[in-house]
Ligand binder design. Sequence first.
Ligand SMILES: [Zn+2]
Ligand SMILES: [Zn+2]
Length: 278
Amino acid sequence: MKINYHIHTSYSGDMILEGRLSETPEKYILAAIEKGFDEICFTDHVVIGRQKNEYPYDYAMDAERIPEYVREIKALAKKYPNIKIRIGIELDWLPEHINEAKAFIKKFPFDCVLGSVHVFDGYKTENVVPEKIEAFWSGKPEEEIYARHVAYYRALQDLAKSGIFDVIAHLDAINRDGYVPKKSFWPLIEETIDVIAKAKLCVEINTKGLRKPIKKIHPSPEILALCKKKGIPVTIGTDAHWAREIDLHYEEGINLIRSVGYERLAVFEGRKRSFVKI
Ligand SMILES: [Zn+2]
Ligand SMILES: [Zn+2]
């Protein structure tokens, strides 16, 4: 089965900021059909508890449009019965708004909720453009780079323990800007994977990292092998921000999943998990 569980459309704030209004859900569906996908899940950005357009959360969908988003995708699922179309969101981890987030999720018929740490301590996990990456990281002492990685994995553990998500998106995305501490923090990663396993969460293989300065799929082969050892299920997404990215680096992602011994992928309907063969 060919699936993609991480797709952004013109509903996401970052798509609007970049003028990608032509990247509608229907355009992705047509691209997915053309590329032979069996199932896709839309996962536009949602941030609960912040004002719309508030930096650094301006990549999120306008919360008032969520009913329209759900309606449109449901209608498209009827229009294209030969491909399974799921409704999901990529929801930011904001611990101070956890109760609002819980109530929000209950209000809509989501199939899958991805959990992401995009912002913590007021900073974005990734700085996206080279000038911002340089401005943020260059000259930072090794201890500070190390401390940011530690804080990120702690936030990820809290996300996993919250019980409100189905999948952890781009698990090691703190490395996206390409700045990684020299000092090992592997025991913290092991601890994090244990928390994820205990929380019965699924981990996403996100191929977008290949397009970032780090030039690696998330998570790394070492982390993914540990996920396999701990019995954590996986799903896959290209984190598409253009319809043409529906299958970008998809094969590399599948090869990585296979290389550590996985034979099946998790899929979601009404937030219930089942499995399909790769
Ligand atoms: Zn993300
Ligand atoms: Zn995303």
